[in-house]
Structures are given as structure tokens and as C-alpha cells.
Design a protein around this ligand. Structure first.
Ligand SMILES: NC(=O)c1ccc[n+]([C@@H]2O[C@H](COP(=O)([O-])OP(=O)(O)OC[C@H]3O[C@@H](n4cnc5c(N)ncnc54)[C@H](OP(=O)(O)O)[C@@H]3O)[C@@H](O)[C@H]2O)c1
Length: 225
């Protein structure tokens, strides 16, 4: 896709990867609607990135997530891409993870991203791109991350299946399957403590790979890692 002038909705833009991606997309001429939970972080982004629209959301309000996609498209005068950067981890053996934590992980990592992307489907024109940050855990689930990995795998499966559905419409669904990145994400776990992790990919390198996947987006479901 051509990033310059593209109208792009970024849920999760208040996070480390989402905000770095938003800055990069803005520098390349994209028209942006940024969404996050943290109003202070959104205010900072508005100050840094002239002309962007912003909105708050909570991942638990799935109807509101879907409505926000439609509002973003209205404000921008159309929608060329959605890149969802929403997520939260938890760590520990499966029998130490409560059902409430498991539900939280599935909601934030799978159901909310799917709600944003599903609402975008009828709004997309040929050449449109719908993308989500999943993670290598989607295809290679490690111990002590079963529910987080299961949620990312659910999102990845949805992207793959819908990519097949959308092929004739020339709308690309992209599974951004990133490795461990140095964002402090693991330290924001809602339960458990992360294992010792080797140094991750720098944020700039992760954003570069996301940008490459968006630019190269083909009209089939793709996976970028
Ligand atoms: N960092 C890694 O190693 C890594 C590797 C592979 C994939 N990923 C994926 O990349 C994405 C971004 O990760 P990151 O490292 O940038 O983490 P991050 O800085 O913690 O960003 C997480 C984002 O998710 C949002 N979020 C979390 N819970 C939410 C909720 N209940 N309602 C609304 N928004 C919520 C946060 O919003 P607020 O900040 O506004 O609260 C933030 O925008 C995630 O999907 C993650 O799974 C990360």
C-alpha cells in the first residue's frame, strides 16, 4: 500500500510499539486516527503529531471498539488501513492462571482487535489493509504463556481465515508476527512474572518490519515476522 496520504486507524497507539509506529506513519504522510486507553498518552501524541485524531477506548467494550472503527473512518473521510497494536501478557503455569485472567487475555489480545477489524471490513476498498500485531508465540507457544499464546493464536487464525474471504475484494489481512521486542511489555503483565528474557529486538527495527509489511501488503492474508 502507499502510506503517503493513506487513512490509517491505529488502536493501541498509546503503547510503545503503537506510538513508535504512529510517529513513523505520520512522518511518511499518513492521515491518522489514534486510539488508546491512556488519555494522557493520547494528548502527548496529539502534541507531537499535528493533525491526528484521537479517541479513548477500553478493550472490554467490544461494541464501542467496533463503533470507534466506524467513527475513525467517518472522521478521516474513509479508511485505507487498520493496524491494531493492543495487547497485554500474563505469565505462569496454566493451573496458576485464573479464569478471570484468561478471559482478560482473550478479550484484550483477540476479541478487541477482532472487533476493530471486523467493523472495518465493510468499509474497506480494494487495496485496503487490515493488520494486527500477534507475536511468534501464536505459532510457537512457550510454557508459562499458554493463555496469552492461545489468544494470539486465535487472532492469527481469524486473520488467516478472513484473508481468504477477502481475497476477491483485494483487501489484505496481515498477521504481524513479531519476536520479543524491548518495550517493557512483559513487565506490564496482568499476572505472574516474566521469565528471564534475552535482549529483544529494538523498537525501531520492529517498526521497520511492520512498515515493510504494510508497504508490501498483497491482497492475500500474509504473515510478517
Ligand atoms: N513487546 C514485545 O515483545 C511484543 C512481541 C510480539 C508482539 N507484541 C504485541 O505488540 C503489541 C504492542 O506491544 P507493546 O510492546 O507496544 O506493549 P505496550 O506498550 O504495553 O502496549 C500495549 C497497548 O495495548 C493497550 N491496552 C492494553 N490493555 C488494554 C485495555 N484493556 N483496553 C485498551 N487498551 C489496552 C495499551 O493501552 P494504554 O497504554 O493506553 O493503557 C497499549 O496501547 C501487543 O499486541 C503485543 O502483544 C509485543
Amino acid at each position: 500500500m502507499e502510506v503517503d496520504g493513506a487513512r490509517i486507524f491505529v488502536p493501541g497507539a498509546t503503547g510503545e510499539l503503537g506510538s513508535a509506529l504512529a510517529r513513523c506513519l505520520h512522518s511518511r504522510g499518513a492521515v491518522l486516527h489514534l486510539a488508546g486507553r491512556d488519555e494522557t498518552a493520547l494528548r502527548t501524541l496529539r502534541g507531537q503529531l499535528p493533525g491526528v485524531w484521537t479517541s479513548t477506548f477500553d478493550a472490554y467494550e467490544l461494541d464501542a471498539c467496533a463503533a470507534l472503527t466506524r467513527r475513525a473512518a467517518e472522521r478521516m473521510g474513509g479508511l485505507d488501513a487498520v493496524v491494531t497494536c493492543v495487547g497485554v501478557p500474563a505469565f505462569g503455569p496454566a493451573d496458576h492462571i485464573s479464569d478471570a485472567v484468561a478471559e482478560h487475555l482473550m478479550t484484550v489480545n483477540a476479541q478487541a482487535p477482532i472487533a476493530f477489524l471486523r467493523a472495518a471490513l465493510p468499509l474497506m476498498e480494494p487495496g485496503g489493509v487490515l493488520a494486527a500485531l500477534t507475536g511468534v508465540v501464536a505459532g510457537n507457544p512457550p510454557p508459562h504463556m499458554a493463555d496469552y499464546a492461545a489468544a494470539k493464536a486465535a487472532l492469527a487464525a481469524w486473520l488467516e481465515a478472513v484473508g481468504k474471504e477477502q481475497r476477491r475484494r483485494h483487501v489484505a489481512l496481515i498477521d504481524l508476527r513479531l519476536p520479543h521486542i524491548d518495550t517493557g511489555f512483559a513487565d506490564r503483565a496482568i499476572a505472574g512474572r516474566p521469565p528471564h528474557l534475552p535482549p529483544g529486538l529494538p523498537v525501531a527495527a520492529a517498526v521497520e518490519s511492520v512498515m515493510a509489511a504494510l508497504v508490501d501488503a498483497r491482497t492475500v492474508s500474509g504473515r510478517a515476522s
